[in-house]
Ligand binder design. Structure first.
Ligand code: BMA
Length: 372
Protein backbone atom coordinates (compact mmCIF):
# COMPACT_ATOMS: atom_id res chain seq x y z
CA UNK A 1 0.00 0.00 0.00
CA UNK A 2 1.44 3.38 -0.95
CA UNK A 3 1.62 6.09 1.65
CA UNK A 4 -1.10 8.08 -0.15
CA UNK A 5 -3.46 5.12 -0.22
CA UNK A 6 -2.77 4.56 3.48
CA UNK A 7 -3.70 8.20 4.23
CA UNK A 8 -6.88 7.90 2.22
CA UNK A 9 -7.87 4.68 3.99
CA UNK A 10 -7.07 6.09 7.46
CA UNK A 11 -8.88 9.32 6.63
CA UNK A 12 -11.91 7.39 5.49
CA UNK A 13 -11.90 5.27 8.64
CA UNK A 14 -11.61 8.38 10.80
CA UNK A 15 -14.63 10.05 9.19
CA UNK A 16 -16.62 6.83 9.13
CA UNK A 17 -16.09 6.28 12.87
CA UNK A 18 -16.83 9.87 13.71
CA UNK A 19 -19.98 10.08 11.70
CA UNK A 20 -21.13 6.81 13.25
CA UNK A 21 -20.79 8.21 16.75
CA UNK A 22 -22.50 11.40 15.70
CA UNK A 23 -25.36 9.55 14.06
CA UNK A 24 -25.93 7.48 17.16
CA UNK A 25 -26.26 10.70 19.16
CA UNK A 26 -28.50 12.30 16.57
CA UNK A 27 -30.83 9.37 16.30
CA UNK A 28 -31.19 8.70 20.01
CA UNK A 29 -34.76 9.75 20.71
CA UNK A 30 -34.08 10.07 24.43
CA UNK A 31 -31.24 12.51 23.87
CA UNK A 32 -33.65 14.81 21.99
CA UNK A 33 -36.06 14.55 24.89
CA UNK A 34 -33.24 15.33 27.27
CA UNK A 35 -32.32 18.45 25.32
CA UNK A 36 -35.94 19.58 25.33
CA UNK A 37 -36.29 19.11 29.07
CA UNK A 38 -32.98 20.86 29.72
CA UNK A 39 -34.20 23.83 27.69
CA UNK A 40 -37.26 24.23 29.93
CA UNK A 41 -35.05 25.52 32.75
CA UNK A 42 -36.76 28.47 34.45
CA UNK A 43 -38.95 29.31 31.44
CA UNK A 44 -41.83 27.16 32.58
CA UNK A 45 -42.94 23.94 34.25
CA UNK A 46 -44.72 21.19 32.32
CA UNK A 47 -47.94 20.02 33.93
CA UNK A 48 -48.30 16.23 33.95
CA UNK A 49 -50.98 13.76 34.98
CA UNK A 50 -50.96 9.99 35.51
CA UNK A 51 -53.30 7.89 33.31
CA UNK A 52 -54.89 11.11 32.03
CA UNK A 53 -56.03 9.80 28.61
CA UNK A 54 -57.28 6.44 29.89
CA UNK A 55 -59.80 7.45 32.53
CA UNK A 56 -60.89 10.13 34.97
CA UNK A 57 -63.52 10.60 37.63
CA UNK A 58 -66.78 9.10 36.29
CA UNK A 59 -65.49 7.99 32.86
CA UNK A 60 -63.10 5.47 31.30
CA UNK A 61 -61.71 4.69 27.84
CA UNK A 62 -63.53 7.36 25.87
CA UNK A 63 -61.40 8.64 23.02
CA UNK A 64 -60.16 12.20 23.35
CA UNK A 65 -61.27 12.66 26.96
CA UNK A 66 -59.05 13.99 29.72
CA UNK A 67 -59.96 15.42 33.13
CA UNK A 68 -57.18 17.96 32.67
CA UNK A 69 -58.47 19.14 29.29
CA UNK A 70 -62.08 19.22 30.40
CA UNK A 71 -61.19 21.30 33.46
CA UNK A 72 -58.34 23.50 32.24
CA UNK A 73 -58.95 23.65 28.48
CA UNK A 74 -55.95 21.66 27.27
CA UNK A 75 -54.22 18.31 27.66
CA UNK A 76 -51.27 17.88 30.03
CA UNK A 77 -47.80 18.40 28.58
CA UNK A 78 -46.67 15.15 30.20
CA UNK A 79 -48.46 11.82 30.58
CA UNK A 80 -47.57 9.26 33.25
CA UNK A 81 -48.27 5.52 32.87
CA UNK A 82 -47.90 2.54 35.18
CA UNK A 83 -46.33 -0.81 34.28
CA UNK A 84 -47.19 -2.89 37.38
CA UNK A 85 -48.27 -6.37 36.26
CA UNK A 86 -46.40 -6.37 32.95
CA UNK A 87 -43.60 -8.40 34.56
CA UNK A 88 -46.04 -11.29 35.10
CA UNK A 89 -47.20 -11.23 31.50
CA UNK A 90 -50.59 -9.75 32.49
CA UNK A 91 -52.72 -8.11 29.81
CA UNK A 92 -53.85 -5.31 32.13
CA UNK A 93 -51.88 -3.37 34.71
CA UNK A 94 -52.59 -3.35 38.42
CA UNK A 95 -55.08 -0.50 37.94
CA UNK A 96 -56.91 -2.43 35.18
CA UNK A 97 -55.46 -0.44 32.28
CA UNK A 98 -54.99 -2.83 29.33
CA UNK A 99 -51.40 -2.66 28.09
CA UNK A 100 -52.62 -2.60 24.49
CA UNK A 101 -54.61 0.54 25.20
CA UNK A 102 -51.73 2.02 27.16
CA UNK A 103 -49.45 1.55 24.17
CA UNK A 104 -51.93 3.43 21.97
CA UNK A 105 -52.21 6.29 24.48
CA UNK A 106 -48.43 6.49 24.84
CA UNK A 107 -47.91 6.72 21.08
CA UNK A 108 -50.79 9.18 20.69
CA UNK A 109 -49.50 11.33 23.55
CA UNK A 110 -46.03 11.41 22.02
CA UNK A 111 -47.43 12.28 18.59
CA UNK A 112 -49.39 15.12 20.19
CA UNK A 113 -46.07 16.45 21.50
CA UNK A 114 -46.27 15.39 25.15
CA UNK A 115 -43.54 13.88 27.29
CA UNK A 116 -44.08 10.28 28.43
CA UNK A 117 -43.02 8.84 31.80
CA UNK A 118 -43.43 5.37 33.32
CA UNK A 119 -43.68 4.22 36.91
CA UNK A 120 -43.44 0.53 37.83
CA UNK A 121 -44.87 -1.16 40.90
CA UNK A 122 -43.89 -4.77 40.18
CA UNK A 123 -44.99 -7.90 41.95
CA UNK A 124 -42.25 -9.76 43.79
CA UNK A 125 -40.02 -12.12 41.82
CA UNK A 126 -40.03 -14.36 44.93
CA UNK A 127 -43.79 -14.76 44.96
CA UNK A 128 -45.92 -13.40 42.14
CA UNK A 129 -48.95 -12.99 44.42
CA UNK A 130 -47.13 -10.36 46.47
CA UNK A 131 -47.44 -6.76 45.35
CA UNK A 132 -44.99 -3.89 45.72
CA UNK A 133 -46.72 -2.99 49.00
CA UNK A 134 -46.15 -6.45 50.48
CA UNK A 135 -43.03 -5.93 52.55
CA UNK A 136 -42.94 -9.26 54.38
CA UNK A 137 -40.01 -10.75 52.49
CA UNK A 138 -36.53 -9.44 51.80
CA UNK A 139 -37.01 -9.22 48.07
CA UNK A 140 -34.13 -7.00 47.00
CA UNK A 141 -31.22 -9.12 48.17
CA UNK A 142 -32.73 -12.16 46.47
CA UNK A 143 -33.22 -10.56 43.05
CA UNK A 144 -29.93 -8.71 42.56
CA UNK A 145 -27.08 -10.53 40.75
CA UNK A 146 -26.05 -13.57 42.79
CA UNK A 147 -29.45 -13.73 44.52
CA UNK A 148 -31.63 -16.86 44.52
CA UNK A 149 -34.35 -15.24 42.34
CA UNK A 150 -32.17 -13.18 40.05
CA UNK A 151 -33.08 -15.17 36.96
CA UNK A 152 -36.81 -14.73 37.59
CA UNK A 153 -36.23 -11.02 38.05
CA UNK A 154 -34.41 -10.92 34.72
CA UNK A 155 -37.45 -12.55 33.10
CA UNK A 156 -39.55 -9.79 34.62
CA UNK A 157 -37.26 -7.20 33.07
CA UNK A 158 -37.46 -9.02 29.73
CA UNK A 159 -41.22 -8.40 29.74
CA UNK A 160 -40.71 -4.74 30.58
CA UNK A 161 -38.16 -4.48 27.74
CA UNK A 162 -40.53 -6.13 25.26
CA UNK A 163 -43.25 -3.60 26.10
CA UNK A 164 -40.81 -0.70 25.80
CA UNK A 165 -39.65 -1.99 22.42
CA UNK A 166 -43.24 -2.07 21.22
CA UNK A 167 -43.64 1.69 21.73
CA UNK A 168 -43.11 2.75 18.14
CA UNK A 169 -44.86 5.23 15.89
CA UNK A 170 -46.36 4.22 12.52
CA UNK A 171 -43.03 5.14 10.91
CA UNK A 172 -41.21 2.78 13.24
CA UNK A 173 -39.65 5.49 15.39
CA UNK A 174 -39.23 4.63 19.08
CA UNK A 175 -41.18 6.81 21.50
CA UNK A 176 -38.76 8.57 23.87
CA UNK A 177 -39.69 8.31 27.53
CA UNK A 178 -38.59 8.63 31.14
CA UNK A 179 -38.45 5.51 33.32
CA UNK A 180 -38.82 6.04 37.08
CA UNK A 181 -38.41 2.70 38.82
CA UNK A 182 -37.87 2.03 42.53
CA UNK A 183 -39.24 5.40 43.62
CA UNK A 184 -39.98 6.56 47.19
CA UNK A 185 -37.25 4.25 48.50
CA UNK A 186 -36.80 6.48 51.57
CA UNK A 187 -40.23 5.36 52.77
CA UNK A 188 -40.95 1.84 53.97
CA UNK A 189 -44.18 1.02 52.11
CA UNK A 190 -42.57 -0.77 49.13
CA UNK A 191 -40.43 -3.92 49.30
CA UNK A 192 -37.50 -1.86 47.97
CA UNK A 193 -38.04 0.73 50.73
CA UNK A 194 -35.65 1.97 53.35
CA UNK A 195 -36.23 -0.62 56.06
CA UNK A 196 -36.37 -3.61 53.70
CA UNK A 197 -32.92 -3.44 52.11
CA UNK A 198 -29.62 -1.67 52.64
CA UNK A 199 -28.80 1.37 50.52
CA UNK A 200 -26.07 -0.67 48.80
CA UNK A 201 -28.51 -3.44 47.91
CA UNK A 202 -30.88 -0.77 46.63
CA UNK A 203 -28.21 0.86 44.47
CA UNK A 204 -27.25 -2.55 43.04
CA UNK A 205 -30.89 -3.21 42.15
CA UNK A 206 -31.31 0.20 40.56
CA UNK A 207 -28.09 -0.04 38.57
CA UNK A 208 -28.77 -3.58 37.43
CA UNK A 209 -32.29 -2.64 36.26
CA UNK A 210 -31.08 0.26 34.14
CA UNK A 211 -27.98 -1.44 32.77
CA UNK A 212 -29.83 -4.64 31.91
CA UNK A 213 -32.60 -2.79 30.06
CA UNK A 214 -30.19 -0.54 28.19
CA UNK A 215 -27.10 -2.67 27.61
CA UNK A 216 -28.56 -6.17 27.35
CA UNK A 217 -31.98 -5.37 25.92
CA UNK A 218 -31.12 -2.24 23.92
CA UNK A 219 -33.90 -0.03 25.31
CA UNK A 220 -33.35 3.73 25.07
CA UNK A 221 -34.80 5.96 27.81
CA UNK A 222 -34.05 8.61 30.44
CA UNK A 223 -33.89 7.46 34.05
CA UNK A 224 -35.45 9.30 36.98
CA UNK A 225 -34.33 8.97 40.60
CA UNK A 226 -37.19 9.93 42.93
CA UNK A 227 -37.08 9.58 46.70
CA UNK A 228 -40.15 10.61 48.68
CA UNK A 229 -39.91 13.61 51.00
CA UNK A 230 -37.95 12.12 53.91
CA UNK A 231 -34.78 14.13 53.46
CA UNK A 232 -33.69 17.57 54.48
CA UNK A 233 -30.14 17.76 53.14
CA UNK A 234 -28.49 16.88 49.84
CA UNK A 235 -26.55 14.14 51.57
CA UNK A 236 -29.74 12.52 52.79
CA UNK A 237 -31.32 12.94 49.37
CA UNK A 238 -28.42 11.02 47.82
CA UNK A 239 -28.46 8.10 50.29
CA UNK A 240 -29.80 5.68 47.65
CA UNK A 241 -28.52 7.49 44.55
CA UNK A 242 -27.14 4.93 42.09
CA UNK A 243 -24.78 7.33 40.28
CA UNK A 244 -24.56 10.29 37.93
CA UNK A 245 -23.67 7.99 35.04
CA UNK A 246 -27.10 6.32 34.96
CA UNK A 247 -29.53 9.04 36.09
CA UNK A 248 -30.76 11.96 34.00
CA UNK A 249 -33.80 13.19 35.92
CA UNK A 250 -33.23 14.34 39.49
CA UNK A 251 -36.66 13.92 41.01
CA UNK A 252 -38.73 13.97 44.15
CA UNK A 253 -42.19 12.65 45.03
CA UNK A 254 -43.96 14.58 47.74
CA UNK A 255 -47.47 14.23 49.09
CA UNK A 256 -46.64 14.44 52.80
CA UNK A 257 -45.71 18.13 52.91
CA UNK A 258 -48.97 18.99 51.11
CA UNK A 259 -51.37 17.02 53.27
CA UNK A 260 -54.13 19.18 54.77
CA UNK A 261 -53.57 19.38 58.50
CA UNK A 262 -49.86 18.60 58.44
CA UNK A 263 -48.82 20.64 55.43
CA UNK A 264 -45.50 22.42 55.27
CA UNK A 265 -45.09 24.24 51.98
CA UNK A 266 -41.80 25.82 53.03
CA UNK A 267 -40.38 22.35 53.69
CA UNK A 268 -41.60 21.18 50.28
CA UNK A 269 -39.95 24.17 48.66
CA UNK A 270 -36.69 23.47 50.47
CA UNK A 271 -36.70 19.88 49.16
CA UNK A 272 -37.33 21.07 45.62
CA UNK A 273 -34.41 23.45 46.04
CA UNK A 274 -32.13 20.58 47.09
CA UNK A 275 -33.23 18.72 43.97
CA UNK A 276 -32.73 21.72 41.68
CA UNK A 277 -29.32 22.56 43.13
CA UNK A 278 -28.11 19.00 42.66
CA UNK A 279 -29.43 18.95 39.10
CA UNK A 280 -27.63 22.23 38.39
CA UNK A 281 -24.40 20.92 39.85
CA UNK A 282 -24.51 17.75 37.74
CA UNK A 283 -26.01 19.42 34.66
CA UNK A 284 -29.17 17.30 34.82
CA UNK A 285 -32.93 17.89 34.74
CA UNK A 286 -34.82 18.52 38.00
CA UNK A 287 -38.43 17.36 38.33
CA UNK A 288 -41.31 17.12 40.79
CA UNK A 289 -42.11 13.57 39.73
CA UNK A 290 -45.26 12.85 41.78
CA UNK A 291 -47.67 14.76 43.95
CA UNK A 292 -51.34 15.51 44.52
CA UNK A 293 -53.91 15.70 47.28
CA UNK A 294 -56.24 12.75 47.60
CA UNK A 295 -59.89 13.82 47.16
CA UNK A 296 -58.67 17.40 46.67
CA UNK A 297 -60.08 18.54 49.98
CA UNK A 298 -58.65 22.06 49.64
CA UNK A 299 -60.29 24.18 46.92
CA UNK A 300 -57.33 26.54 46.67
CA UNK A 301 -54.69 23.79 46.80
CA UNK A 302 -53.33 24.36 43.32
CA UNK A 303 -52.58 28.07 43.54
CA UNK A 304 -52.01 28.39 47.29
CA UNK A 305 -50.08 25.19 48.05
CA UNK A 306 -48.70 23.42 45.00
CA UNK A 307 -47.93 26.60 43.06
CA UNK A 308 -46.39 28.30 46.09
CA UNK A 309 -44.00 25.38 46.61
CA UNK A 310 -42.10 26.11 43.42
CA UNK A 311 -43.32 29.18 41.52
CA UNK A 312 -42.34 31.60 44.28
CA UNK A 313 -38.96 30.07 45.11
CA UNK A 314 -35.54 31.23 43.99
CA UNK A 315 -34.54 27.88 42.54
CA UNK A 316 -37.52 25.61 42.86
CA UNK A 317 -39.15 26.98 39.71
CA UNK A 318 -36.32 25.40 37.72
CA UNK A 319 -38.06 22.03 37.88
CA UNK A 320 -38.91 20.88 34.35
CA UNK A 321 -42.22 19.29 35.26
CA UNK A 322 -44.69 18.48 38.01
CA UNK A 323 -46.83 15.35 37.73
CA UNK A 324 -50.11 14.81 39.56
CA UNK A 325 -51.23 11.29 40.45
CA UNK A 326 -54.24 9.58 38.95
CA UNK A 327 -57.94 10.44 39.02
CA UNK A 328 -59.53 7.06 39.60
CA UNK A 329 -62.95 7.71 41.12
CA UNK A 330 -64.64 10.01 43.63
CA UNK A 331 -62.80 8.31 46.51
CA UNK A 332 -59.35 8.24 44.92
CA UNK A 333 -58.33 11.26 42.84
CA UNK A 334 -55.31 13.55 43.18
CA UNK A 335 -55.98 16.30 40.67
CA UNK A 336 -59.14 18.20 39.71
CA UNK A 337 -62.00 17.30 37.38
CA UNK A 338 -64.93 19.16 35.80
CA UNK A 339 -67.53 20.24 38.33
CA UNK A 340 -65.30 19.66 41.34
CA UNK A 341 -65.06 22.60 43.75
CA UNK A 342 -61.31 22.91 43.06
CA UNK A 343 -61.87 23.32 39.30
CA UNK A 344 -61.71 27.18 39.21
CA UNK A 345 -58.45 27.13 41.17
CA UNK A 346 -57.06 24.44 38.90
CA UNK A 347 -57.91 26.58 35.89
CA UNK A 348 -56.19 29.56 37.48
CA UNK A 349 -53.10 27.49 38.33
CA UNK A 350 -52.76 25.94 34.88
CA UNK A 351 -53.40 29.39 33.35
CA UNK A 352 -50.27 30.78 35.02
CA UNK A 353 -47.81 31.80 32.30
CA UNK A 354 -45.15 29.50 33.70
CA UNK A 355 -47.35 26.41 34.01
CA UNK A 356 -47.41 24.69 30.66
CA UNK A 357 -50.13 22.48 29.26
CA UNK A 358 -49.64 20.77 25.92
CA UNK A 359 -50.11 23.78 23.61
CA UNK A 360 -47.76 25.91 25.71
CA UNK A 361 -45.12 23.19 25.56
CA UNK A 362 -45.50 22.70 21.81
CA UNK A 363 -45.27 26.46 21.25
CA UNK A 364 -42.07 26.60 23.30
CA UNK A 365 -40.50 23.80 21.25
CA UNK A 366 -41.53 25.50 18.01
CA UNK A 367 -40.08 28.84 19.10
CA UNK A 368 -36.83 27.13 19.98
CA UNK A 369 -36.69 25.13 16.75
CA UNK A 370 -36.98 21.83 18.56
CA UNK A 371 -38.48 18.76 17.02
CA UNK A 372 -41.85 17.71 18.33
C1 BMA B 1 -51.14 4.10 44.21
C2 BMA B 1 -52.65 4.07 44.19
C3 BMA B 1 -53.08 2.67 43.84
C4 BMA B 1 -52.42 2.24 42.52
C5 BMA B 1 -50.94 2.42 42.56
C6 BMA B 1 -50.23 2.11 41.25
O1 BMA B 1 -50.65 5.34 44.57
O2 BMA B 1 -53.15 4.99 43.25
O3 BMA B 1 -54.47 2.65 43.72
O4 BMA B 1 -52.71 0.89 42.27
O5 BMA B 1 -50.64 3.74 42.93
O6 BMA B 1 -50.68 2.90 40.18
Amino acid sequence: MTRITLFIVLGFLFFACNSQTKNKEDFSSSSDLYKQLKAVNSNGVLFGHQDDLAYGVNWAYEAGRSDTKETAGDYPALFGWELGGIELGNQVNLDSVPFDKMREYVIKGYEMGAVITFSWHPFSALDSTRSSWDTDQSVVKHIVPGGSHHDIFKQHLDKVAAFFHSLKTKDGNPVPFIFRPWHEMDGDWFWWGNSHCTSDEFKTLFRFTIEYLKDEKGVDFLTAYSPDNRFSTEEEYLTWYPGDDIVEIIGVDNYGDFRVGSENIKAAQKKLEIVVKYARKTDKVAAFTETGLNRMTDDRWFTQKLGKSFLDGDFASEIAYVMLWRNDDTTHFFSSYPGHSSAPDFKEFTGHRRIWLLNDWNRFKEQNNMTK
